[in-house]
Write a protein of this length. Sequence first.
Length: 431
Amino acid sequence: MENLIIDQDSFSLSQWDLLIRLLVAIGIGAVIGLERQYSAMKENSHGYSGIRTFIFHSLLGFIAGLFYFLFAPWVYGVLFLGLVIMTAVSYWQTAMQGDRGLTTEISGILTFVLGSMAFYGLIEVSLMITVLVVVVLSSKFRLKSIVGAITADELYAFIRFVVLALLIFPFLPNETFGPYEVLNPREIGWVVLLTSGLGFIGYILTKFLGNNQGILLSGIVGGLVSSTAVTWVFAQKSKENPSLSGSCATAILAASSIMFIRVLIWTFLFNQDLFISVSVPLVLIFIATLGFTFFIFQKDKKTIRPDTESTLKKPLDLKSALVFGFLYMGILLAVSYANENLGESGILISSAIAGISDIDAITISVSKLTGTSLEVSISVIAVLIASLSNTLVKFGIGWYAGSPALRSHLLKGYSVSFLGGLLTILYFIIL
């Protein structure tokens, strides 16, 4: 039988567990203290910091947790209050010397709490928080540079997104209404939230990575939001400067490749069965298209980066996201109507028409109806038809606005996508 130091109904602790948790508490204090001492040496600071100090903080929290059970709960409060007072005095002394930062002091109090968590057996959680604390503490200058680069418009855009995500979306009713009972405010709001969030992420990546990283990277980042917009921008660039045709083709084809990943993401989020069925053909088409993209990229030995502005002008385009939400509603109604009145051929016609303007909305609509009013095989064909329709539109844009060399590259690259899509459609039709 284990020799228990504490044996209560709600908590028990053996000597071996006490030793393990004590070592964890010491490790927590040492890791945070190491980061603080290194930071202090780097900044020539002589304030409240150091490995030993933080180990003592963690041990104090550990001992406070032990005394909570051995003596009385109020002992824990006294020790914690004593640490807070001691920390406040230390901060007052350093503040008088001109250092008004509270980061180290708050880290010390947090280390006390983490030591207590280690005593109570919350090992995994305390270690996770420790890692997070160290990462945040060590990212001081990097975070400052990022914050310094943020404009007022970007800050307001982030605030609007938070309001949309936390104050509006959770309160949308989760009920169906309208014709065919397929419209749901919560699901429509989710689509708007995802679309605006995707655009915001794409903008941030473009801002901090920049177009200077290469046309290929610009195409990939732009493809997160709109591969059609990427096609238009770089097709025009290829016509302005034909020497850029190879590089512009890589951007356009890379963005088109990302489109297939977006389709996979939507099907995964809205219908797991459809995702499983459509993942193999879409992944194969994605690999084939991306492979041809890198072939062109390697063939174009000169890495030419035109001085172009980002294709993403707004940090958060809520208007576009709302328009997309209404488009999603319209397509959902059109798909339901076609499915009820025209049968299987109707849904395929709707997919071809919807894919001309946008691939995401029709993918979400078909995913939502799969398993209820649509068979999985028909849904796979519908998604592939929409993808091919959207690809045909981008090829038309590139052919109209691009240089002859760009047309040649797109013809070869999109032929790969079309061939893969048509073969898959034929497979499901025969099946």
